[in-house]
Design a protein around this ligand. Structure first.
Ligand code: SF4
Length: 368
């Protein structure tokens, strides 16, 4: 399929120029379905308000919202990226990462361009911060997406790489087919989504991974152009809905790595989501607009790990440190090694049914 190993990008695109500010419509699309957006309201003067994510963009006629992939045409709001995939790749599910979802299985992973945040440390900025017209794409209907997953023998379709919230209509249409095809849907997201669309989506999902960027609102404002509180609300809603939830925290040196912040985060997870929700602390590598920071020291990740375990979380992981014992799953009761991993590779899986083989404690997750 000729794709980049990191994000499955089909072909390289052009950088977004200074003059191509968010909110300005560029050229009309051809060859892709123009699908009316969900979750918006019409305002006077042909304006609309998008109610998909907490930005709630008010968009004038022939303008686009912040994410650059939703456009107002004469007072009707459209998604420009339905079926317009810029990335398709089959990855180990550990790469998402999901560590408690059928270990060793494959996820057919898809994305369109666009994002509703702008993280200065984005690893996939070549597609998340671009316009549909700037990145080569392929027209893949929801049914064809399931067909690709079947061909790849992937039991999961993952919406990932960029921000699936901004291609919500496509994600929902694909996920709705899961019951028919048996290919289950999982989401990898920043969790920046309004309650109503999230409630509509959740019944069609098997698992949801949220990138919790930090546990301080100034970080969200300064480095992501977002807000923390809506993400915390989404986390609680996902957990309440019974969809399997994992959390990833990309640890940036000096930015979100203080012991107090990690402790607050762990306490929030334990109190509001439950100690069984896995939390992955992953290593940052300098990229995009944060090239001035060094990679996260492994000792910092180990401290995060210890703090979160000390606060009573059952499943804490370290990411982007292949070969570290922090990648493994241990029984929270007897500390038996259950799943051994190196990077995205599962070395051994000793979970028996859904329990520890030694003390028989049930291990939460989606194991089959
Ligand atoms: S999904 Fe896009 S258009 Fe809608 S509110 Fe969010 S950023 Fe704005």
């Amino acid at each position: 399929m000729g794709a980049c190993g990191a994000c499955g990008l089909l072909l390289p695109g052009l950088a977004r120029g200074q003059d191509q500010a968010r909110g300005k419509a560029l050229v009309d699309d051809t060859g892709y379905p123009l699908v009316e957006a969900k979750h918006y309201v019409r305002l006077d003067g042909k304006r609309v308000r998008c109610e998909l994510c907490p930005r709630r963009c008010q968009v004038a006629d022939l303008e686009r919202g912040y994410c650059g992939v939703r456009e107002n045409r004469g007072g009707t709001y459209y998604t420009l990226v339905h079926s317009r995939l810029c990335s398709m790749h089959t990855d180990p599910i550990e790469k998402k990462p999901f560590f408690h979802v059928v270990p060793g299985s494959q996820a057919f992973s898809v994305a369109t361009v666009g994002c509703n945040m702008e993280c200065k440390f984005c690893q996939n900025w070549e597609i998340s911060q671009y316009r549909p017209e700037q990145v080569p794409a392929r027209n893949v209907s929801p049914r064809a997406c399931h067909g690709f997953a079947k061909t790849e023998a992937a039991p999961f379709i993952a919406f990932t790489y960029t921000e699936p919230v901004v291609f919500y209509e496509y994600m929902l249409d694909v996920a709705r087919l899961s019951r028919q095809t048996g290919v289950r849907s999982v989401v990898v997201s920043n969790g920046y989504i309004e309650e109503k669309p999230l409630r509509e989506l959740l019944p069609h999902l098997t698992a949801f991974k949220v990138d919790l960027k930090a546990f301080r609102n100034p970080f969200y404002q300064d480095l992501c152009a977002g807000r923390l509180q809506p993400v915390l609300s989404a986390l609680q809603l996902i957990k309440k809905a019974g969809v399997w939830l994992e959390i990833v925290v990309l640890v940036l040196p000096t930015k979100n790595d203080s012991e107090a912040e990690i402790r607050d985060l762990a306490r929030f997870v334990k109190r509001n989501l439950g100690p069984e929700v896995p939390v992955h602390f992953t290593r940052f590598h300098p990229t995009y607009r944060l090239q001035n920071l060094p990679p996260t020291p492994v000792s910092t990740l180990e401290r995060c790990y210890d703090v979160a375990k000390g606060e009573g979380l059952y499943f804490v992981y370290m990411g982007n440190v292949p070969g570290h014992p922090g990648e493994n799953t241990y029984c929270p009761r007897c500390n038996e090694l259950l799943i051994s991993r190196t990077g995205f590779t599962v070395r051994s899986n000793r979970i028996s049914g859904n329990a520890c083989p030694k003390c028989k404690t049930e291990i939460p997750g989606v194991w089959s």
